[in-house]
Design a protein around this ligand. Structure first.
Ligand code: NAD
Length: 373
């Protein structure tokens, strides 16, 4: 790709955010040297760090930095003991995270779930169900469906002479909304094992019928990718019975919210799971927002206990999806694989039953991965 300098806004946030971000930056600098890429990383406060520095969860200067950047590398925000002390709309997750999603039109959420063989013990499924290893990608539509459809309200009603309430949510999807997320899923599958399982509820919902029709039409542009359709209830069951059958799971917003968490449980620890949220493509470039799947983990913050791998793998997704640097992305993923193969473990993925495992801290894990780039 022809970008000269990749401009990255690094927003570490709260709790373990700064610790794991430090390690991700370390790895990015190693990638820079190895692959001859020029990366400019600018850090800015967000979440409680933003409130403490500038009075807002998303300070104006942080937002301005994001607008001038090619993509955002995000840690996590929110602190359960401080959040309830301010109004809901000012709290970090709403005021920073949702605001950024809206600001950058992030419509596609990608959550890869991979269970590394040496970490099979962290998976809740029995070994025979893990097959050769679990490796799937949930592609979730992020801006439509039931979470945003109108009308959306709670109203007073009289039912058989008794005052009661009625809550209304509306599920709405349009053809273009389904088309653009379907393209993301098919293009992702092309770089993987070339299979898309589209999840819907076409046997009950009008939305499901349209979803299936549009996805089928989009699939005609991708003859090298196999498409199958699955009802969401069966999809939830199949994830537990035979997760190895999935390559890319394409879901609308609510189904994706639920299934991506179910799939995440298969990887054992939140500390292993990166995610990408993508906006519209602008010329050669896709604006992206990259973050670990977990939160600020206040129970382990500041103790060198956090697993930095989710944050480090988020940088691999950034290089792949925003900058088309597949080799550099694979380099990071391979270095993570090599660190795990060599027995290095943070507390969340450690078991004393594995004689090869050596328990280490956040900083040592980051340094080891950077050294293996
Ligand atoms: P959490 O994900 O922070 O923690 C859940 C459990 O997973 C904890 O036991 C934690 O120690 C562990 N964990 C998470 N990441 C880990 C890592 N990298 N290494 C090792 N262990 C890890 O969820 P929570 O406790 O429900 O939320 C804590 C705070 O984070 C809340 O204020 C919540 O609102 C916020 N949060 C923010 C985001 C975000 O910024 N995207 C997402 C989820 C939660």
């Amino acid at each position: 790709m022809s970008l000269n300098v990749l401009k990255i806004a690094a927003l570490a946030g709260d709790g373990i955010g700064p610790e794991v971000m430090r390690e991700a930056v370390k790895v990015l600098h190693a990638v820079e040297k190895k692959h001859g890429i020029r990366i400019q990383i600018t850090e800015a406060p967000v979440g409680w760090a933003g409130i403490d520095a500038a009075g807002k969860a998303l300070p104006d200067e942080t937002l301005a930095l994001c607008r001038q950047s090619d993509s955002i590398l995000f840690g996590s925000v929110g602190l359960p003991d401080r959040d309830p002390t301010i109004p809901k709309e000012e709290r970090p997750e709403r005021a920073a995270l949702l605001r950024l999603r809206k600001e950058f039109g992030l419509f596609a959420n990608l959550r890869p779930v991979r269970l590394y063989q040496p970490l099979a013990h962290t998976c809740p499924l029995q070994p025979e169900r893990q097959g050769e290893g679990i490796d799937l990608l949930v592609v979730r539509e992020l801006t439509g469906g039931m979470y945003f459809g109108q009308p959306k309200r709670t109203e007073s009603v009289e039912i058989e002479g008794v005052q009661s309430k009625r809550a209304i949510d509306t599920m709405v999807y349009t053809t273009p909304e389904i088309e653009r997320i379907a393209h993301v899923a098919f293009q992702s599958a092309q770089a993987r094992r070339k299979k898309v399982t589209s999840i819907d509820k076409a046997n009950v919902l009008e939305n499901g019928v349209l979803w299936r029709e549009v996805v089928t039409n989009v699939s005609k542009h991708y003859p090298d990718v196999v498409l199958e359709h699955m009802f969401v209830d069966n999809g939830a069951m199949q994830l537990m019975l035979k997760p190895t059958q999935f390559d890319v799971m394409l879901c609308e917003n609510m189904f994706g919210d639920i299934l991506s968490d179910e799939a995440a449980a298969l990887a054992g620890s939140l500390g292993m799971l990166p995610s990408a949220s993508l906006g519209a493509r602008n010329g050669q470039q896709t604006f992206g927002f990259y973050e670990p799947a977990g939160g600020t983990a206040p129970d382990i913050a500041g103790k060198d206990l956090a697993n930095p791998i989710a944050q480090i793998l988020s940088t691999a997704l950034m290089l792949r999806y925003s900058f088309d640097l597949e080799n550099a992305a694979r380099g990071i993923e391979n270095a993570v694989g090599a660190a795990i193969e060599s027995g290095l473990r943070t507390g969340d993925i450690y078991t004393s039953k594995d004689p090869n495992a050596r328990r280490i801290g956040t900083t040592e894990m980051g340094s080891a991965i950077a050294a293996m780039i």
